[in-house]
Design a protein around this ligand. Structure first.
Ligand SMILES: [Cu+2]
Length: 304
């Protein structure tokens, strides 16, 4: 009779915990699937692990709440007095090890895939600056800076009077997008010129630190044309939140046309870029192109 009661309570608790978990998943938002085979692997890995931990959570909470309700003191239950159980210790060591092995096998294969940057069809060097990015297309000889776009930059100024909600893709738009071909294996070489930055576009499925004096590698293979947005993911100074990343993925044919239109243009130095608000700019020593006047912001305000 006692056993039957325990079973009924356990099933009731199991149902309640499952329904609550289900509800949380229903209203919650999952991570993006992304647009590369790799990002999809990451997405599936995430779902698998989330499934495993959810089942563990439901079982543990069911056991816990059932014990609390069924074996409560008011019912006259005497607590167990034992202090050691070899059987219990072996069980609660072995089961977690097996679970970890089951999770580690797919996770390791995805990680190894992430690190394998071989077989690239093109290479792009990414350099982080305070606070913009530079892209060098190694094979195509194209090189340019990519900074926060004019509209976002204007709206973010103190007392600008512009409602950020009126700006399209506020803080997620740049002046020069990183144009990349689809269905091409692309290797990225990441570094930085001043402090550590981190290049992160969620739809590509990874983020990588850009460290001064070091070259980090990453790769991608974009399957769908589109515009993918990201941000610097390493706290890199006061304008860390104002150096977005925009990747524009186009067909290989369109990419070739874009390369021809660029004509292997030589890049400006960062100090000459209208979006650059660095150490040198703050000194205000040399004259700047007229269009850059409005982008002189807090750095200059601080100078008084
Ligand atoms: Cu940064």
């Amino acid at each position: 009779m006692k056993r039957t009661n325990e079973l009924i309570v356990a099933l009731a608790v199991l149902a309640v915990v499952t329904v609550i978990t289900w509800g949380l998943f229903a209203v919650g938002d999952n991570m993006p699937r992304g647009v590369t085979p790799f990002s999809k692997d990451v997405y599936h890995l995430h779902n698998t692990v989330l499934g495993i931990v959810t089942v563990i959570g439901i079982l543990v909470f069911t056991a816990m709440f059932t014990s609390v309700v069924v074996h409560r003191k008011s019912k006259g239950y005497e607590p167990a007095k034992f202090t050691h159980s070899t059987k219990a210790e072996i069980t609660w060591t072995t089961i977690p090890i097996l679970i970890l092995i089951v999770i580690a096998i797919p996770a390791t294969s995805v990680l190894i895939d992430m690190e394998d940057t071989g077989g690239a069809e093109m290479n792009v060097k990414i350099t982080g600056y305070q606070w913009l990015w530079k892209y060098d297309y190694i094979e195509d000889g194209i090189s340019f800076y990519s900074a926060l776009d004019r509209d976002s930059n204007r709206a973010r100024q103190i007392g600008s009077g512009i409602n950020p909600r009126d700006v399209d893709n506020y803080l997620l738009e740049v002046d020069n997008r990183l144009v990349l071909p689809t269905n091409t294996r692309i290797r990225f070489l990441l570094t930085a010129d001043d402090v550590i930055h981190s290049w992160w576009v969620p739809e590509l499925g990874w983020k990588r630190d850009a460290i001064p004096g070091m070259i980090n590698e990453a790769w991608t293979y974009i399957e769908e044309e589109g515009v993918y947005r990201g941000q610097c993911a390493e706290l890199c100074g006061k304008d860390h939140g104002f150096m977005p990343i925009v990747v524009e993925a186009v067909s290989p044919e369109e990419y070739r046309r874009w390369v021809e239109a660029q004509g292997g243009e030589v890049a400006m130095e960062p100090e000459e870029h209208p979006g650059f608000v660095g150490r040198d700019r703050a000194s205000g020593s040399d004259e700047q192109p007229e269009e850059s006047a409005e982008t002189i912001n807090i750095a200059v305000l601080e100078q008084g």
